[in-house]
Design a protein around this ligand. Structure first.
Ligand SMILES: [Zn+2]
Length: 419
């Protein structure tokens, strides 16, 4: 069965059978790549970034930066690039038409046919994609750390990632998700992008979006699913550990705050650029490739600091040409706690706007850090318990990334040796 993704293109996996792979890998020059590039290779191979087939060439890069489009006109907001240092280029005598083996964790990961080797002004990339060249912006910092050469070309995965526990139960490829959605009979699928252990504000964000995605379904059709799509990528000190995010989200279902037949937790490998509105578009593209019909966008989606207005990610969807994006954005304001209503309420809904309390991530973090049970209106007790358990099991005692976690954490996936 074939499934259509972003740009109305059929989603194709780019994975080579192991006998051919083994033969070709022996012949190719080996090029080690960064963990970011490895994650993007996997994303490309399984169709998360469909219709992309590999890393972008200079013409595509320039078109994405200037027009927010691929060269065939398909909407595309953020370049997917493979940077490479001059030494590697020279030592390996890399040249056009080479078929090279991209390696990660000292194992072959993918084959790439080099179609172009080029240089590009990284400041230009930062300015056009992120709207700033300020090195304090984490996306700019990433771009500035890239090597000064890029190699372009289609890739083929030769080694499937082996996801480690607990990541393995949340790893679904786009085609697997499509299959699951069909089996579940979901008419609408709404994506919730997250890097958080859920507090009740997040829970209501999902519930509100679920109502909203149901608006045009009859009682008989009422089959809307929520895909909780956790971003797994590089971590910074103080972030929730990945294991707590996934298992905390899953706990909402295990404790029946969401029914198992309308809720699914999954992961996407992606290094956040914090590109605000443009990143919102990319998230929408990825989730449309996963088969989602709706995508929720709350306050300050993929933003950082004060580089973007908190609702820029809502506005960008109004500026798209007709048919540029099939997935429907569900734009939400904030869910707050109202002590007068004694419940979670939507901003601008009840008349106690003076009394409404925002969910403060910092407050909840401090409560968790002090190992206090948060009040039920802030976080479900089962979710809190899960957070504590994952801290013991995976986080060296803390549900937040510390130096030790960054250094010694278990890898999300491993690559096996091909021999
Ligand atoms: Zn109220």
């Amino acid at each position: 069965m074939s499934f259509t993704g972003h740009g109305n293109k059929i989603i194709k996996e780019r994975i080579m059978d192991s006998a051919t792979a083994m033969k070709l890998v022996k012949k190719g020059k080996k090029v080690p790549i960064s963990s970011r590039a490895a994650r993007e290779c996997i994303g490309l191979a399984y169709g998360f970034f469909s219709p992309l087939e590999g890393f972008m060439d200079a013409q595509t890069l320039s078109s994405v930066c200037q027009e927010m489009r691929l060269t065939d006109g398909t909407l595309w907001p953020i370049p997917i690039l493979l940077d490479i240092d001059a030494d590697t280029l020279v030592q390996n005598h890399l040249q056009l038409n080479d078929r090279v083996v991209l390696t990660y964790q000292e194992q072959p990961l993918a084959l790439m046919d080099i179609t172009e080797i080029y240089q590009y002004d990284r400041q230009k990339i930062a300015q056009s994609v992120l709207g700033t060249t300020d090195n304090k912006h984490p996306g700019v910092m990433m771009v500035n750390q890239w090597h000064s050469y890029f190699i372009a070309g289609p890739i083929q995965l030769v080694n499937k990632p082996q996801f480690q526990s607990p990541f393995d139960r949340f790893w679904y490829t786009p085609l697997q998700l499509r299959q699951i959605f069909q089996e579940k009979g979901w008419q609408h699928i709404i994506a919730h992008q997250t890097r958080n252990v859920p507090h009740t504000g997040h829970e209501w964000l999902m519930k509100g979006a679920w109502f909203s995605a149901n608006e045009d379904l009859s009682v008989e059709q009422l089959k809307t699913g929520i895909l909780v799509s956790c971003i797994i990528g590089p971590k910074r000190i103080g972030d929730y550990i990945d294991e707590a995010i996934l298992l905390g989200q899953q706990q909402l279902q295990d404790s029946s705050y969401f029914r198992a037949d309308i809720h699914l937790v999954s992961l996407v490998l992606w290094d956040m650029r914090y590109a605000g509105p443009k990143e919102a578009l990319l998230h929408a593209i990825i989730r449309s490739n996963l088969g989602c019909t709706h995508h929720m966008f709350g306050r300050d989606h993929a933003g950082v600091g004060s580089y973007y207005d908190p609702y820029d990610a809502h506005r960008i969807f109004d500026q798209l040409p007709q048919g540029g994006m099939k997935i429907k954005p569900v734009r939400l304001l904030e869910w707050n706690y109202c002590p007068i209503c004694q419940e979670v309420t939507y901003s601008g809904l009840c008349g106690h706007s003076q009394e409404q309390q925002q969910f403060s991530g910092t407050l909840i973090r401090n409560i968790i850090k002090d190992q206090l049970l948060p009040p039920v209106h802030l976080m479900r007790p089962e979710v809190f318990q899960t957070t504590r358990q994952t801290a013991e099991e995976y986080g060296f005692g803390s549900p937040f990334c510390n130096e030790r976690y960054l250094r010694e954490r278990q890898p999300v996936f491993r690559l096996s040796s091909l021999d």
